[in-house]
Design a protein around this ligand. Sequence first.
Ligand code: VGL
Ligand code: ZN
Length: 203
Amino acid sequence: MKALLLIDIQPDFVPGGRLPVPDGDTIIPLANALQPHFELVVATQDWHPAGHQSFASSHAGHAVFDRISLHGHEQVLWPDHCVQGTPGAALHPQLDQHRIEAIFRKGTNPEIDSYSGFFDNGHLKSTGLADYLRGRGVTEVYLAGLAADYCVYFTAKDALTEGFATYVIEDATRAIDAEGYAGARADVQHRGGQLIQSADLLP
Ligand code: VGL
Ligand code: ZN
């Protein structure tokens, strides 16, 4: 049983948003076209409280995209983004939500970032996504969304560790940083994940 996981398709991650992924909006029609080809569609939503520790604005003397150590983990400092209840944190209005059966929110702990849809970056707490998918009989997960080098990448790694056959639909993702994505895609392959194109799934 196959599930489509739509990762963080939110206004703040597309051009015009607070943490824009270049061309991030161009994947939305593809994300919509892919949905009818899956038995289950699930979304994740980056959903931070104001003042989150991943925000540069929470660290005096630091700038956006600085890297710091936060509770023993390297943390990129981001612009304020996906603040709970703001329009930029909603699922994108052009994303078809009719088939989305569950939405897993992440990044709600103010102290720690959470790129993966399965766990926070410290693997301190599970979102319950893995058990939900297993409960629905899912064995294969297909990933689309934003950003390819952060939340899609970290979700793919955890999906593999959780034992799901994992496919990243490459043309249905976009990266914040092309160089970072080159490393991410090599690592996904190294861990046994597959990189595919939407044409492999669409008739
Ligand atoms: C993301 C950085 C910070 C993502 C979320 O969705 O890839 N990236 N928060
Ligand atoms: Zn975030």
